[in-house]
Design a protein around this ligand. Sequence first.
Ligand code: UDP
Ligand code: MG
Length: 313
Amino acid sequence: MNQPCEIDISVVVPIYNEEENLDYLFDRLCRNLDKIGLTYEIVCVNDGSRDRSLVELIRHHQQNSAIKVVNLSRNFGKEIALTAGIDYARGRGVVPIDADLQDPPELIEIMVNKWKEGYDVVYAKRRARQGETWFKRFTANNFYRIIGRMSDVPIPRDTGDFRLMDRRVVEALKQLPERNRFMKGLFAWVGFEQIAIEYDRDRRYAGTTKWNYWKLWNFALDGIAAFSSLPLKIWSYLGLAISLLSMIYAGFLIVRTVISGIDVPGYASLMVAVLFLGGVQLISLGAIGEYLGRIYEEVKKRPLYFVRDTYGL
Ligand code: UDP
Ligand code: MG
């Protein structure tokens, strides 16, 4: 498993429709990596782009053999593309980075310095988020708060996939077999000596984000389902609380009937109770469904991705 690495740093870039970014990306990446003075490779994963990204990638690969390309058979989503890239990376340290230059390559040098000090993971924590709406910032903030409370392992706030991982960590990550790849969580789950460096997240250089709110919502659900079973457990407690309350209410009704005789009206309170309980039951079924669906995905044991071809690997 552990063949000796001849390359110091592998930079892994998931790419989905990023044709306008590639020239500038490689220019800036190579300039920064050359400055560090270690050997490197740039593993680009073409995640089923529908624009000219693949053609551009192959052209870059022909000009610079440090740029290597994994071409997936279709669009699998960023998390899987990243996993594929990490599988192919052969460096002693691996750095996942976005193709849109929202993660400044200048930070890699700082990460490498921390890595040399002996840390296994150096992750970049966002101080500011340029070019994002207040709504995105608001939802992101709340997401990190909620998952921080619910998750069994602490997931660092405001941290994306941009980080430097030692080979030890990469090998640990590769042993996690799950299909639901909530990378932020997996990175935290494996542990090791981790340290944060802070940075200001830039705007996208060109193109638009591939995430809409529906995708982000599902991404959040994936994360929560993968790292917490609180949504499953909560229902027994809620059920217990409701049963207790209804017992108290039943006692109250008995006493009242004894004291002031039978009283027929009660349609409104009946309706409220029935509807409320119906709602609670549907929500709990939904929560079970969220997990059941994911269990189904996992037990099918399909391969995470298929590679159509590779260049330079
Ligand atoms: N990406 C990908 N597959 C996808 C969507 C995105 O490989 O299905 C890549 C994309 O090319 C970019 C990175 O993931 O390099 C981050 O995407 P984006 O900038 O759209 O996300 P954001 O920065 O808005 O979170
Ligand atoms: Mg981006």
